[in-house]
Design a protein around this ligand. Structure first.
Ligand SMILES: C[S@@+](CC[C@H](N)C(=O)[O-])C[C@H]1O[C@@H](n2cnc3c(N)ncnc32)[C@H](O)[C@@H]1O
Length: 218
């Protein structure tokens, strides 16, 4: 069974799993979701007092659910391009209606770039980016800008001192790492072991830690 709206397609596969595609590209299913949850967990464990976090995008909501499980979190701004995804949650076709009615969640049907541009300086404790399959595996061509220096600088500007930018990627991303190194005090790349179709594989998290005070590069 398959539902389509805009660029999003939701499919119930023969194995019973739910699969999300955007623009014809497989983005995720509900079978292997450890890396989506670990994206949030790593940020939550790495910050002393995370209060306001930006998540791009919503997807099947695993990252968001993990964040909301932490009582320190006061507000989560979520940027999602496809209006069908929250609509499917509200309609019960996807689990997640409870995420959207959580009073801490501020869902914006928008490009994550617009949301970052509209954010006040120092307003966020973390930005979690999981909008593509990684910088080398884009869902939308325009998303290439998200991994380039000007946007990374804008992220650094809206993060509070010591805040984090965490990027999910299905493969190592050395160019992103070096671009982030110019904008953040410290950058770490961490493999996340996953099992895909019975094989041991790795996904990756690239994490930039903001410095106290102003960002590094002009
Ligand atoms: C891999 S899914 C996110 C998975 C999510 N972390 C989870 O736990 O389910 C990627 C999502 O990002 C959205 N997206 C893609 N490009 C975007 C952009 N530029 N701004 C906001 N959302 C975007 C897609 O529509 C899709 O829903």
């Amino acid at each position: 069974m398959e539902w389509r709206a805009g660029d999003a397609a939701l499919r119930r596969r023969a194995d019973g799993a739910l699969e999300l595609r955007v623009g014809g590209v497989f983005v995720m299913d509900d079978v292997e979701t450890s890396s989506e949850r670990l994206l949030a967990r790593t940020m939550l464990d790495g910050l002393p007092d995370p209060r306001h976090v930006l998540v791009g995008g919503l997807g099947l909501g695993y990252t968001l659910r993990e964040i909301l499980g932490d009582p320190r979190i006061k507000r989560v701004t979520v940027a999602e391009l496809e209006p069908a995804i929250p609509a499917w949650m509200h309609d019960g076709m996807l689990p997640g209606a409870d995420l959207l009615t959580d009073p801490r969640v501020d869902l914006r049907i928008a490009d994550v770039r617009e949301v970052v541009d509209a954010t006040e300086r120092d307003d966020l404790d973390a930005i979690l980016l999981d909008v593509d399959n990684g910088p080398g595996y884009l869902v939308h061509e325009d998303n290439a800008e998200l991994y380039e220096r000007p946007f990374l600088q804008r992220c650094a500007d809206v993060l509070a001192p010591g805040g984090q930018l965490c990027v999910w990627s299905m493969a190592e991303a050395p160019e992103l790492e070096s671009a982030m190194q110019e904008r953040f005090g410290r950058v770490e790349t961490q493999p996340i072991p996953v099992r895909l179709q019975g094989r041991a594989e790795s996904y990756w998290l690239v994490r930039g830690h903001g410095v106290a005070g102003d960002s590094l590069a002009p």
